[in-house]
Design a protein around this ligand. Sequence first.
Ligand code: NA7
Length: 517
Amino acid sequence: DVKVFERGAGIGGTWYWNRYPGARCDLESDSYSLSFNDEIEQEWNWTERYASQPEILRYVNFVADKLDVRGNIELNTTVTGAVFDEGTDTWTVTTDTGASARARYLVSATGILSVPSMPTFEGMDTFAGEIYHTGDWPHEGVDFTGKRVAVIGTGSSGIQSIPVIAEEAASVTVFQRTATFTVPAANRPMTENERKATKRSYKQLREQMRRSQVGVLLEPGIGNFADVDLRVVRGELERRWRGAGMSTSMVLSDNLRSIEANNYTSQFVRDKINEIVDDPAVAKLLEPHDYPIGTKRLALDTNYYDTYNRENVKLVSVRDTPIERFSPAGIVVGDTEYEFDAIVLATGFDAATGALERIQFEGVDGRTLTDAWAEGAKSYLGLAVEGFPNFFTVTGPGCPAILTNVIASIEHHVEWIADYITYMRAEGITRFEATPDAQAEWVKHVADMAAMTLYPTAASWYMGANVPGKPRVFLAYIGGLHNYRDRCDQLAADGYVGFAHASDGAPLKSEQLTVGA
Ligand code: NA7
C-alpha cells in the first residue's frame, strides 16, 4: 500500500510550480524522461529538443494516467510532521488538512529545488505593484504588456525568463548580483525522424545513461589543459557553443579540477559575451568573474545576451551596491529609486534540505531532523539518516542527484528503495537505520571528493551558500552516478552494509562496514 501526500493542487513538482515565461528543461527531452516503461517511451512524442514547462507537465500527467496512480495521491495536502514510534517501528505522518497516516516506511520525495528562497528586503510589503517568484508562478499566467518590470536574480530562472518578458513588457530592468555563465541552448523542434531513431535506440541509450557520470550522455573532454593544443580547444569550444548544451564547458577534461583549464573556458564565454552585446559597458557587467565555470550549474539560454541589445532592457549591477529597499514605487539602490509596475524574484531555492527541514521529523528519542542537520546535512548515501529509522530520502543531500540528470537519479533511488523494502519483508525485518559509522564515513567521503575539485570555491546553492545562515556543506556526491550505483548495488548484495536491522523490537544488528572511500 502506498499513500502519497502532495502540497500542490496537481502533480508535477518543479514543473507544476515553475510556470514562469520561458521555463524549460536544460537537458534534452529524450534524456529527461522516465525509462522504466516501454509503452510510455514509445507512445509519448517530445516536440522540442529541450522541452518547455507546459510540455513536461503534460508528460507527467500522461504518465500518471497511464500508470493509474492518481488514486494513491492526496493533493492540496502539506505534510507538517512525522513521528517515529519505536514500539511499533512505524511512522505517523500529520498534515495541514488533518489527514494523517501510519506507515512502516516513510519516503520523502520532496524535491531538490522546491522551496523558493524569498529575499527579505526592507519595505517589500509597501511596494504598490505585483511581486512574483519564478518558483511559485501564478497558474493563470501574468500579462506584462505595457508594464515596467524588474527582475531580481540572474540564475537559470532569470536567464530563461528575461528574454521572454522583454518581448512583452514595456521595459525590463535586471538587477544582477552575480553574473552567471550561460551558453546557447540551440533549442529547436524535434523531427519525426529523430523521434523514431530515439525510440528505436531507447534501450541502449538508457543503459548508457545509467552507466554515465551524470546520468545523461554528454560529449567527453578532449584532454587536459596541459596536454592539448589550445587552437584545437578553441575550435572545439566554438563548435560546442553552437549547440552542445551542457557539454560546452567540458571541452577540457580537467575543467573542474584545474583553475588554468577553467580560466581558459571561462574566458571563451566572456569573449562571446563581448561579441554579442553591443554596449561594452553592459558586456563588462555581464562577464562572470566570481566563480569558475561549471561550479554553479551552467545555464542554457535562448537569446539571453542578445536581449541586452534591446532598447527596453537595462542592467543594474547590485554586486557592490546591493538593493537597499523596496519602496511603494519600486526598488532603491544607492541614490536611485527605480519605478516599476511588477517585480519578478528569480532568487532561487532553499535547495536540497529546504523542504525536509520544513517538516517536523521526530526520529529516535524525539530528535528532530533540523537538530540532526544543525551543522549541515548529514546522511548515508543521500538515502537515509542516522537516528531516523525506516525513512528514505529520494535524492537526499549527499547523493549525486543535483549534479546529474535528476530523473536518472530519482529512478535509481526508487528502484533501490523498492528492492530494499522487498528484502526486509522477505527477511522479517521491521526496522532499518543507517549506522553512525557508515554515515560518518560517507559524509567524509562526500566532502573529500568535493575538496578535490573547484566546486567548493563557488558560493552556490550546491554549497547552501545562497541562503543566509545556512551551513556551508557541499550537498552532492561528485563521484558520478555510475560509481554511486555500483556502490549502492554492492552494499545491497552484501546484506545492506552500513544499515542496522531489527525485527519487532529486537536490538539493532548491522553488517560489518567494509566499504572504504
Ligand atoms: P539560482 O541559480 O539560485 O539563482 C538565483 C539568483 O538570484 C542568483 O543570481 C542570485 O545571486 C540572485 N539573488 C538571490 N538573492 C538575491 C538578492 N537578495 N539580491 C540580488 N540577487 C539575489 O536560482 P534559479 O531559480 O535561477 O535556478 C535554480 C536551478 O534551477 C538552476 O541551478 C537549474 O538547475 C534549474 P547570487 O548568485 O546569489 O549572487
